[in-house]
Design a protein around this ligand. Structure first.
Ligand code: KIV
Ligand code: NA
Length: 263
């Protein structure tokens, strides 16, 4: 019962259907998620999980476009969102120029931009030029160096008010949906109630209009540590290591390849 998503269906799902969002960085995995997830996000988290960097900041537009093309090719039926990497939307003109480039070079349905009130004018400029924008507020990984770390948001009354202002500003600027990351669940609930566009949570409790997880986190491929908000649906790392160990054993004792696997 899969149906391809579009902006109208996504907006209509508010108060109607919970949205399931997963990241993907390549065609192989995108194909696996294609008819299951409502949206696929090509997250700049790939700079950490796949490029092994300490944060998302060094991802480039070219790299994001390369991965987005792979995802769109592998999952042509999916609604694919591309993360605009750090430094590619520093002002209205740069942002629009770069988003037009993304639309020209990929089949991405939308882009995602981190920022609240501080970036509302940029989001407005994009949406008024026919770019579909997903917002991203709360804990914003592209702010890690300027904030001095990753901090859960919404713990003070002042921060709660700021987050609500951010959500309203992003909605007013024309975003079709907002990711709310690393926010106290009671505050995420208020944000979800105050805006009329779907709020997609990550580390923000279960009251939001949907959830997003990084695929390699939820499938257990990242072993170093498990953030509190991640649920492991597969022990990916141990399954892979067991399989590769078996392969090595078979190579060492010459049981691979067998006669049936020979020419
Ligand atoms: O880069 C990413 O994967 C993201 C999600 C965690 C929302 O931005
Ligand atoms: Na991201």
């Amino acid at each position: 019962d899969f149906e391809k998503m579009n902006i109208t269906k996504i907006k209509k799902s508010k108060n109607n259907k919970k949205l399931t969002v997963i990241t993907a960085y390549d065609a192989l995995f995108a194909k696996l998620f294609e008819e299951i997830a409502d949206m696929i996000l090509v997250g700049d988290s790939l700079n950490m999980s796949f490029a092994g960097k300490p944060d998302t900041l060094s991802a480039t537009l070219e790299q994001m476009i390369y991965h987005t093309n792979a995802v769109c090719t592998g999952a042509p039926k999916s609604f694919v969102i591309m993360d605009m990497p750090f430094g590619t939307y520093i002002n209205k003109d740069e942002a629009l120029k770069n988003c037009i480039e993304v639309y020209r070079l990929t089949n991405a349905a939308a882009v995602k931009i981190e920022g609240g009130e501080d970036r509302a004018d940029i989001i407005k400029h994009l949406t008024s030029n026919s770019i579909a924008v997903m917002g991203h507020i709360g804990l914003m990984p592209q702010y890690v160096r300027s904030e001095g770390g990753y901090k859960v948001r919404g713990k003070t009354h002042q921060d709660e008010n700021q987050l609500i202002e951010d959500a309203i500003a992003v909605e007013k600027a024309g975003a079709f949906s907002i990711v709310v990351e690393g926010v106290m669940s009671n505050v995420a609930k208020k944000i979800t109630e105050v805006v009329n566009i779907p709020v997609i949570g990550i580390g923000a409790g279960n009251v939001t209009d949907g959830q997003v997880l990084v695929w390699s986190d939820m499938l257990g491929f990242f072993e170093e540590f498990k953030p509190k908000f991640v649920r492991h649906y597969l022990n990916g790392a141990s399954l892979v290591k067991d399989a590769v160990n078996q392969y090595r054993n078979d190579v060492q004792n010459s049981s691979f390849p067998s006669r049936e696997e020979e020419y």
